[in-house]
Design a protein around this ligand. Sequence first.
Ligand SMILES: [Zn+2]
Ligand SMILES: [Zn+2]
Ligand SMILES: [Zn+2]
Length: 265
Amino acid sequence: MLGTGTSSGVPHIGCDCAVCRSTDPRDRRTRPSILIEIRDHGGRSESAPLAAAVRFVLVDTSTDLRAQALANDVRRVDAILFTHAHADHVFGIDDVRRFNAMQRSSIPIMAAPHTLAEMRRTFAYIFNPPPAHGGGVPKLEPFAIGGPFTLGGLEFVPIPLMHGPTPVLGFRVGAFAYLTDCNRIPEESWPLLDGVRTLVLDALRDRPHSTHFSVDQALEVVARLRPDRTCFTHIAHELSHAATCARLPAGVELAYDGQVLEIHE
Ligand SMILES: [Zn+2]
Ligand SMILES: [Zn+2]
Ligand SMILES: [Zn+2]
C-alpha cells in the first residue's frame, strides 16, 4: 500500500484536528496508490515469457509517487494501471521519468479509453510533446483496457465501479481486489468479485459522501462479499487509525501507508 489517504492527504494542510496532529505513523496518509509485486507463482509463466517478465505493477501515479517510491524503495515499475484520471491518482506521472531512465525503456500504461482520453488532455506535454523539452518527458505506451488482460503470467480483471457520476475501474488479481474511489458497485460487477478473499476498498469517513463509500456503506459491501480480510483505503482525516480499527468487525481494518499484504493463491 503506497498511499491510503484521500485526495488532500492526511494531515490536511493547516488542520489541527486530533488525527492531523497524531504521532501514530499510520495516521499519515499519502495519496492513493498500490504497487503489486508478482512473485514466483509456479508453472503458468512458461507459455508467455514476455508477459512473465512483468514483476512490478503500479496502480495509479499518485501526487505523492516520488515520496512513495523513496519510502518503499521502489526501483522498478513494469506496467502502470490507472483506475481513473482524478488529480490525486495521476499527478505524479512525471516521476515515471526516473523509472524510464533506470530501465532504459518506455513503460506500458493501461486504463479505460475515457481515462486515457482525459489523460491525453491533462498531460498534453507528455502525449503531444513540444520538439525540445529540457529534462524530457515520461515515455509511456498507452493501452486501452477492454477486458481482462495478463501481466506477469497473472490474469488482471478490470472491475467497473461508479465513483459518483464517474465510471472508474477496480482491479482483481486472483483472490485479491483493489477497489478505490467508488460509492457503488454496479450489479454486473458483483459476479466478477465472487471469491475475493483479500479486499482493499474505498471507505472515506463515517459521514456519507457523494462519490466515496462511507465506513457503514463499505461494511455493507464486506457483508455481501465476505472476504477473509478487508483493508479500507482513501481515508480522510476524520478516521483515526487506532480508534477506527478498534471498532471495526473482525477481518476489517484501515490500511496504512507502507502496509504489505501477502496474497497466496
Ligand atoms: Zn481519489
Ligand atoms: Zn485534520
Ligand atoms: Zn477519484
